[in-house]
Design a protein around this ligand. Sequence first.
Ligand code: PEP
Length: 249
Amino acid sequence: MRPKLIVGNWKMNGSRAANAALLEGIVAGLDGARAECAVCVPAPYLQQCEEALKGSPIAWGAQDVSAYEGGAYTGEVCAKMLSDFACRYVIVGHSERRAYHLESSGLVARKTLAVLKEGMTPIICVGETLEEREAGQTFDVVGDQLGTVLELLPLDAVAKIVVAYEPVWAIGTGKTATPEMAQEVHARLRAQLKARNGEAADGVAILYGGSMKPDNARELLAQPDIDGGLIGGAALKAQDFLAIIHATG
Ligand code: PEP
């Protein structure tokens, strides 16, 4: 059995005061939680997270990383800097970065390697747009996105990644994939991992993301290949985030 993993993606939200209240609220409500959990926060708040969460069951991480190791790349944050703040997770290839910052799957692959090199866990996002789904291209699109990353990964590294299936049409829209739709894609992604890495693929967590909320989380998380959630909007309210964490078992 794979343990469930619930990760909050705060996106570009937060302030020192709001974060303090949110983190305190989450920590206070964790009793009895079976899932592993983490928050991925804007880089300026990593130190605040480290101070607030050290010793708690909640891990923290970043939402993006540079593919470069360091040097003259103004505005970039490299993986070594993230590990300096004890990040466990780094989201790579979120659809907002692919869409607004024109990130290709090749770049996402290089970012994945940068994260692994520093001993952190990449959360590799894949997902199709509404047009792609309606054109029957979902499996081709997510298969290509994941395949490009896998091509660059050493064979033994697959056990160290997390994959997040996030249909673009479901992110921040209130539209959620049905549990069956999500399970179908997760099973295909698992089969793709298995075809390349055999049994090791059974240990890879594949998260669902896209308007996961307290009222739909239980059903989604009950699917055999949905190993947790990547949560945007609902991660900004302690009560909602906790309700999703507690929906795992
Ligand atoms: C996300 O940003 O990864 C996400 C899933 O957002 P939301 O839950 O708001 O759809």
